[in-house]
Write a protein that binds this ligand. Structure first.
Ligand SMILES: O=C(O)CCC(=O)C(=O)O
Length: 190
């Protein structure tokens, strides 16, 4: 769990939002419409990502990101290595026992920096290096921001194992409802 053990290009920023902001963001998401077609519920903003085709098609534009995301987007652009204003965001909801399978975010669809904000509950993220099979793990705490760049973005898969409890340094950490927001920039024609 030490920073030096993370895949190169991983940036972890604890307390990126306050507890008040966390509460307001989750309230705004819950006032919207969660899509329940997959194992976990999702909401897409900016551009709809097609999971089956692994594509963002030209007709998938949903509109600008909502105003209530502006403070977080401005901070991503001005205060972090993300360094630009995102135009796409997917919110994921994980109930205990739910996860996301190992993947690299679509390379032709999205630009070279991906940022994920964790809300409400912690979980372990696992990384695997495609060429060597090396593994790493990181505890994503509520309100922390994870930015994947470089090798961490392209050469390592990331995954949230579908578990009810994580065991971190020998300590059992039962999961509760977790919401994440992953920010990206769409590559036109991707
Ligand atoms: O929930 C997370 O923190 C990660 C989400 C993710 O990997 C994704 O949306 O591709």
């Amino acid at each position: 769990m030490k920073a030096k053990m993370l895949p190169p290009g991983t940036i972890y920023l604890p307390d990126f939002v306050t507890a008040k902001e966390e509460h307001e963001i989750v309230g705004a998401l819950d006032a919207g419409e969660w899509n329940a077609e997959m194992k976990r519920r999702v909401q897409h903003f900016g551009w709809r990502y097609d999971y089956r085709a692994r594509a963002v098609t030209a007709d998938a534009f949903l509109g600008a990101l909502p105003d209530w995301l502006s403070p977080v987007c401005a901070r991503l652009e001005g205060e972090t290595e993300f360094g630009r204003r995102p135009d796409q965001m997917i919110a994921n909801e994980y109930l205990p026992g739910q996860g996301i399978s190992a993947h690299v975010d679509c390379v032709p669809c999205f630009a070279d920096r991906v940022a994920s904000l964790s809300l409400l509950s912690a979980c372990e993220m696992q990384f695997r290096h495609g060429a060597s099979g090396e593994n790493r793990a990181l505890l994503l705490e509520p309100r922390a921001l994870l930015i994947l760049t470089g090798a961490a973005r392209y050469d390592w898969t990331h995954e949230i194992p579908a578990r009810r409890t994580d065991t971190i340094d020998g300590e059992k950490r039962p999961r509760e409802r977790r919401v994440s927001m992953t920010f990206r920039n769409v590559l036109r024609g991707g």
